[in-house]
Design a protein around this ligand. Structure first.
Ligand SMILES: [Zn+2]
Length: 274
């Protein structure tokens, strides 16, 4: 049994829907589409659709985190049709966040950071789920698409390799669009999204930036070829400088000077100034 430290417990549906049918490598986010945590709790218990964790993240409403299902058992908040794919048991933890899919802006920057630090981080670490959001998030309602037929509804494919944090909106065999557009850059003067803040709060490793590569022609060359080319340019450069002194014609002198400067820039890696 896996219990989360510092969470309240509601054991009404503690056993969830049973054992997982595949390794736990996903965390699915939902929104309750209501404003109260107690109303959400009783609805989830009445319908037997408990998530692992039910959370009120808004400081203004009084933050709470309630564990409703043992993390070692599958939860019940996704729709799962008989005969179709496995959803709830398909290796995912699930969170119901009190709030509305259409209004991620109802949570403040600090609310999202808290949610990452106190809920998402500990849950992902408890099960070894990568702290990443590989699919991004989309608005609710989905612009230009019918609910249930959006192109980003790809989780639950046999043998899919998606790992990390996803939304109810990403699950096949489901038609809900929650938790809405957590990828919208609503915070820090339009530079940062809710999912950015969640990952920051959860202390997710920052993605490694790709190794800078030389652009254009040089990119096509091996290191040895680049070194050989630069050595030849350096050699030419020295010859040009020698010629400059001999040149009597003013226009030839100018041309040689320009070529010398550009070659020198190329050798030292400086961008040509114009
Ligand atoms: Zn949902």
């Amino acid at each position: 049994m896996t219990e989360l430290d510092g969470f309240e417990q509601d054991r009404t549906g503690w056993g969830g829907s049973g054992a997982y049918t595949s390794p736990v490598d996903l965390l699915t986010l939902h929104t309750t589409e209501g404003n109260g945590i107690e109303g959400a709790r009783s609805t989830l218990n009445q319908h037997g659709s408990q998530p692992h964790v039910l959370v009120e993240a808004r400081a203004a409403k009084g933050r709470r985190k309630i564990q409703m299902v043992d993390l070692d058992r599958a939860a019940k908040a996704l729709r799962n049709q008989a005969g179709g794919i496995q959803t709830n048991k398909n290796g995912t933890l699930q969170i119901e966040l009190v709030g509305f899919a259409a209004h991620p802006e109802n949570l403040t920057e600090d609310d999202w950071l808290w949610f990452g630090r106190e809920v998402v981080g500990p849950m992902c670490r408890a099960k070894g789920i990568p702290l990443q959001a590989p699919l991004g998030f989309h608005p609710y309602p989905p612009p230009g698409h019918q609910l249930g037929r959006e192109p980003w509804r790809v989780v639950g494919d046999d043998g899919d390799t998606i790992q990390g944090i996803v939304g109810h909106q990403n699950w096949r065999e489901n038609v809900h669009g929650d938790p809405g557009d957590l990828s919208a850059p609503l915070y820090r003067s339009g530079t940062t999204s809710a999912i950015d803040l969640i990952l920051e709060g959860a202390d997710a490793p920052t993605p490694t930036p790709p190794t800078p590569k030389p652009e254009g022609l040089l990119m096509a060359l091996t290191d040895d070829e680049q070194a050989e080319l630069l050595a030849k340019i350096r050699d030419l450069h020295e010859q040009w400088i020698g010629k400059q002194v001999d040149a009597k014609d003013e226009s030839l002198r100018q041309l040689l000077k320009t070529i010398g400067t550009r070659t020198s820039d190329l050798v030292t890696g400086k961008r040509p100034g114009r």
